[in-house]
Design a protein around this ligand. Structure first.
Ligand SMILES: [Zn+2]
Length: 443
């Protein structure tokens, strides 16, 4: 048994140092964080390789050898972070301020906290000369927040041989603390994810002087289409992951939510149950269907000119089994205006298969979760957001997401928001979760 109190101190220091290295993407400049990690690996004589997709956009791959009786396992995290509005923060987002047993800083939960834990697991196992059956691979990536083309996509396309593993642990899952009971309600192990795609609706009309209103004004046309879209919701479609997820969650939820979760596919009550759940929790709403969020609206050049074109960008998150063309067809039927052009490219993230819940890694994560939080239910989980995992799953490597820190809704909402923070107790739990999972896999 490692001394988790001591290890947590060390992890806190590493996380502090990583937060202080500004890796806001763009430009990312992950090389500085990679050099820092490399120094720590060198101290323990762990071999590593730095891979740069372009100058400054670096990822690092490290490996501690096992005896080869089982296939390698890989831990991964990303080193880049999203931007900040510093004036909205209580502390400088890159100062890693410690306050009331929280460490504040951009990246503390997304994803430098996880990177620090994984690094510590590797350092400690090497130091202790822990006998391993599997090679332990650590991959800390560039560019996740911008889609991964300069990070994981580059790695799987150019260096797949260096990161081949039987399975991978990445970010993307959730350990959710119930606000009322203060206990962990569920451990969600992400084994699939929704697919992001941007779709533009473009309305065209006759331009002219604003003093003479025209019947085909493109802004009105687009507004009508958007109004129809706002009234619409894509139908509920559960897959194996979300069906198991809602069933599992219903066991720990209070009535009437538990009833809604159990009856999402009921022929008469399903629609009502889905509406109630979606109202209560928009994340659950997005988990059960394809989703549409308008994000950018563009039109007009002068206040007294009727423009010839108006467009809206729809950020769509498709269920993993949904065909884009089928969804476009649904959109056409909803907006009911054949003159509006629908413009889209195929999704940047690859099509990727769901990772099986019967794998040794899924079982190990579930077991460790049960040991650490016996009151929680463990469920497979489909994230509404996209992660680097899609690239690995697409290459046939089962990949499982977790964010190993128990978080309540408030802390979770700070991800990509203001005052992102991680509780020191959460960091210790995360470290235990990662360490014990690797121990399980080497039994
Ligand atoms: Zn992330």
């Amino acid at each position: 048994m490692p001394d988790y109190k001591e290890l947590t101190k060390e992890t806190t220091q590493i996380l502090t140092d990583l937060i202080k290295i500004n890796t806001v993407n763009p430009p990312g400049n992950e090389i500085e964080a990679v050099k820092y990690v490399a120094k720590l690996l060198e101290k323990e004589k762990i071999p590593y390789e730095i891979v740069e997709s372009e100058p400054g956009r670096a990822s690092i791959i490290a490996r501690v050898k096992g005896n080869g009786s089982k296939k390698p396992v890989m831990m991964m995290a990303h080193l880049d972070v999203v931007g900040v509005e510093p004036e909205k923060w209580k502390f400088n987002p890159f100062s890693a301020t410690l306050k009331d047993d929280y460490i504040y800083g951009r990246g503390s939960i997304d994803d430098k906290g996880m990177a620090a834990c994984e690094l510590l697991v590797m350092l400690e196992m090497k130091r202790k000369n822990t006998p391993l059956k599997r090679d332990l691979i650590l991959v800390l990536c560039a560019d996740e927040e911008a889609g991964g083309s300069k990070g994981i996509e580059f790695l799987v396309n150019k260096h797949l041989d260096k990161i081949k593993a039987e399975f991978v642990i990445n970010e993307g899952g959730r350990i959710i603390v119930n606000e009322q009971t203060k206990k962990v309600a569920f451990v969600g192990i992400q084994n699939t994810e929704k697919v992001p795609v941007n779709i533009k609706l473009v309305a065209k009309g006759t331009p002219g002087h604003a003093s003479v209103p025209l019947p085909d004004n493109c802004i009105f046309k687009l507004a009508k289409a958007q109004a129809r879209l706002a009234e619409w919701q894509s139908p509920v479609k559960l897959n194996d992951t979300t069906r198991t997820f809602f069933k599992g969650l219903s066991r720990s939820a209070a009535f009437p939510e538990s009833f809604y979760m159990e009856n999402l596919e009921h022929p008469e009550l399903g629609a009502f149950c889905a509406a109630q759940l979606s109202k209560k929790d928009p994340i659950l709403g997005s988990t059960m269907r394809n989703s549409v969020s308008p994000t950018i609206l563009k039109s007009g050049i002068r206040s007294n000119v009727i423009p010839s074109e108006a467009e809206v960008n729809l950020n769509v998150r498709l269920l993993p089994e949904e065909k884009l063309e089928d969804f476009i067809q649904q959109l056409r039927e909803v907006i009911k205006d054949t003159s509006i052009e629908i413009v889209y490219n195929k999704p940047e993230h690859p099509d990727s298969p769901t990772s099986p819940v019967e794998s040794e890694l899924f079982r190990a994560m579930a077991k460790v979760g049960q040991e650490l939080w016996p009151e929680a239910v463990t469920v497979p989980f489909m994230s509404t957001g996209a992660t680097d995992s899609a690239y690995l799953r697409a290459k046939g490597i089962p990949t499982y997401g977790i964010l190993p820190f128990p978080l309540n809704e408030d802390d979770l909402a700070r991800m990509h928001g203001h005052n992102e923070r991680l509780a020191l107790k959460g960091l210790e739990d995360g470290l235990k979760f990662m360490y014990q999972t690797v121990v399980e896999l080497n039994k």
